[in-house]
Design a protein around this ligand. Structure first.
Ligand SMILES: *Cc1c(COP(=O)(O)O)cnc(C)c1O
Length: 336
């Protein structure tokens, strides 16, 4: 794999830190050693995993002479916030198509990421009902812009295309280099699995490097079989684009759907516990939609003894803390 062949903008200049979490590991009984890779500290307004993907996607947009970007997400989408932020930096217009996945959940005056859409000056915001065909909705916005003489570029939800996933193929390579330097042998990587570009790219990268480190994706919306199929097909597309020999074996794709709760973005008790525990032991902020549920999964699996004694576990912190500020009641009600 030679990712240097692919154009990118250079948003990620230095590796994100890997930190040991001594207090958090202790709070879980010191059965395992938990490390976190801090992709929440990536550059871009508020940080998070979409910066790695947008590095490749926006490079493609600019090579195609785009003057405006269109993307989509949920009403509190970190991906929309970061696409907008990097579009601002690049001098591109940015149109957001927001899917109201939970009926009645869009409020123009909502805080969190929604507030940042406004503060950063999104060129346009279109809200569509849950279950809408988001590609078709983005095409409609693109057609309207073309009629005005604009040259729009569509980035799919979560920037989870084979191109966007290259950001996490690169992250896997970055991680292996860091682990080598630290002399740290990781038993399992745990990460949130949403639109799947992160999980798929990361897995493709590790498989492409023959790392032999298992990756466990904690689902945030879909049932396990559906999510695993999505991750598998995107991992193979990403592997091909990265120039990897061979494919990603189906049995390397592992998802756990036990921590979704009632649905995407709907708070669960184990999510609030996870967010509070990491905040109060390590002063690291998770988010309610992705990393809070993924960490709830890791906590539960550690408590159940799913990992060997003293195994080194690595949690990929994909960011999202701005969304916390849209959910204060969830945490206050729960004794925060
Ligand atoms: C988008 C997102 C994810 C999920 O990443 P995918 O590549 O969509 O699976 C995880 N965490 C945060 C904070 C996100 O914004």
């Amino acid at each position: 794999m030679n990712l240097a062949k692919l154009p990118r903008r250079g948003y990620v200049q230095t590796p994100t830190p890997i930190e040991f979490l001594p207090n958090f590991s202790k709070a879980l009984g010191d059965k395992v050693r938990i490390f976190v890779k801090r992709d929440d500290l990536l550059p871009g307004c508020g940080g998070g995993n979409k910066t790695r993907k947008l590095d490749f996607c926006l490079a493609d947009a600019m090579l195609q002479g785009a003057d405006s970007v269109i993307t989509c997400g949920a009403v509190q989408s970190n991906h929309c916030r970061l696409t907008l932020a990097w579009s601002v930096k690049e001098g591109l217009d940015c149109h957001l198509v927001l899917e109201e996945r939970v009926k009645g959940s869009y409020r123009p005056d909502a805080l969190g990421n929604n507030f940042l859409y406004r503060l950063l000056g999104a060129t346009g915001i279109t809200v569509v009902p849950g279950g809408s065909d988001m590609s078709a909705e983005m095409e409609k916005v693109a057609d309207a812009l073309r009629k005005k003489g604009k040259n729009p570029y569509i980035i799919p939800g979560g920037a989870s295309s084979a191109l966007g996933a290259q950001g996490y193929v690169a992250c896997a390579q970055e991680l292996l280099e860091q682990l080598f330097r630290m002399g740290l042998d990781v038993h399992t990587v745990v990460l949130p699995s949403g639109s799947a570009g992160t999980h798929a790219g990361f897995l493709a990268g590790l498989v492409g490097c023959n790392a032999g480190i298992p990756v466990l994706g904690i689902d945030v919306s879909r049932p396990r079989a559906v999510q695993e199929a999505l991750v598998h097909s995107l991992a193979n597309e990403a592997a091909k684009l990265a120039g990897m020999n061979g494919t990603v074996p189906r049995d390397a794709v592992k998802c756990d759907d036990a921590y979704v709760g009632e649905g995407y973005s709907l708070p669960t008790a184990s999510m609030t516990e996870a967010v509070k525990l990491l905040a109060r032991t390590e002063a690291i902020l998770l988010d309610p939609v992705y990393t809070g549920k993924a960490m709830a999964g890791l906590i539960d699996l550690v408590r159940k003894g799913a990992f060997p004694e003293q195994a080194n576990l690595l949690f990929l912190h994909t960011g999202g803390s701005p969304a916390l500020y849209a959910y204060p009641d969830t945490f206050l009600k729960d004794g925060a």
